[in-house]
Write a protein that binds this ligand. Structure first.
Ligand code: ZN
Length: 354
């Protein structure tokens, strides 16, 4: 009887790391092997695969998907990229860590199992009740893998490194602007022109600029590791296999270029080609009576005239206060005390751009 192929051999033949991950959602034994192009592959855990090309460039790139388990398009995009590298169709130029965020939720086809993973970073996993569920453990583990990936290379003045983390999502609802990115709060450091150019290469020209710390994965990478980091919303949630992949062709091409070349082809930044927003206020749910006063299927970035009633919460009324004020991420079903929607207003980056 023929010996079963080792996991390393199987992965080099079919490249389906996502399938291996989903068959082992609770963990995978660490494994290391070398591809024919001499790239070293490290599997650190279920959904955690790291590639070290020989003579790597100066970028340390983290791509993550499936932090929300039902957001399939980014999972398919990352699985395809990993498959191309493992099977030798794509040769990497840069160090790369790919993370499938929440394998158990991907298997369940749900956003989360017990708690929103993207509210648990920067140590929030251990606050309050502490490490009480799988998502909290996973958030802590993902932080550790990202730290290990960035810290494994020596950074010197003569050999500086550039760190990136692009956390890929799809939104629950439709959006006036199909794709958009959330740029985490930089604590008044300048917004990066080169990053807007990269986003545009990904077909993302709507950017929400945050002004406060957050418990998201992208803020964690930005704030704790100095990475250029974004939450990127690539469109609307669809079941596996029902994504029209042509809608993501620019993002797929730009991501492939990012990891396999020295430079991504971009156009010079022109703010006129972007829709830039900043948060005007967050509306938190305070009582069980919280109610949204617009249709369930209203799109992100929809704006209403000043004075329009948006929500009521017991005796409190929320009305549009400013011209151009638009809604984003409305969700009446959140727990009491949590954010039920964000109100955003148009802004500019000219005053603080590098
Ligand atoms: Zn998401």
């Amino acid at each position: 009887m023929a010996q079963p192929l080792s996991l390393a051999k199987q992965l080099q033949q079919h490249g389906d790391f996502l399938q291996i991950t989903l068959s082992n959602p609770d963990g995978l034994a660490p494994l290391q092997f070398t591809l024919t192009d001499s790239t070293t592959v490290h599997i650190w855990d279920s959904g955690v695969i790291c590639f070290e090309p020989t003579n790597a460039g100066d970028k340390d790139i983290v791509l993550s998907c499936g932090v929300h388990g039902n957001e399939t398009a980014p999972i398919e995009i990352c699985a395809e990229l990993v498959q191309q590298v493992l099977t030798g169709k794509l040769v990497l130029k840069q160090r790369l860590l790919v993370l499938f965020g929440n394998p158990a939720a991907i298997n369940a086809g749900t956003r989360e199992i017990t708690e929103n993973l993207n509210r648990l970073f920067s140590g929030h996993h251990s606050m309050g009740a502490g490490l009480i569920n799988a998502e909290r453990h996973r958030a802590k583990a993902l932080e550790d893998y990202v730290s290990r990936f960035y810290n494994e290379v020596r950074v010197t003045e003569a050999a500086p490194r550039n760190r990136y983390l692009y956390d890929l999502h799809t939104a629950i609802r439709g959006s006036r602007f199909e794709k958009f990115a959330v740029y985490p709060f930089l604590h008044d450091k300048p917004w990066q022109k080169a990053e807007f150019e990269f986003l545009q290469a990904c077909d993302v020209t709507t950017v929400l600029l945050m002004q406060t710390p957050a418990s998201t994965f992208s803020y964690y990478a930005s704030n704790s590791h100095g990475a250029d980091a974004f939450t990127i919303e690539l469109g609307k949630v669809q079941p596996f296999g029902q994504n029209d992949m042509s809608r993501f062709s620019k993002a797929r091409t730009a991501l492939r270029q990012l990891v396999s070349e020295d430079k991504v082809s971009t156009q010079p930044f022109d703010e006129q080609q972007f829709q830039l927003y900043q948060v005007y206020r967050a509306i938190n749910k305070q009582t069980q009576e919280f109610k949204l006063h617009f249709a369930d299927d209203v799109q992100n970035f929809t704006a209403y005239p000043v004075g329009t009633l948006l929500a009521t919460d017991g005796d409190t009324e929320y009305r549009v206060e400013r011209e151009g004020e638009a809604i984003i991420f409305p969700n009446a079903k959140v727990a009491i005390g949590q954010r039920a929607m964000l109100m955003v207003v148009p802004t500019t980056v000219q005053h603080n751009l590098l």
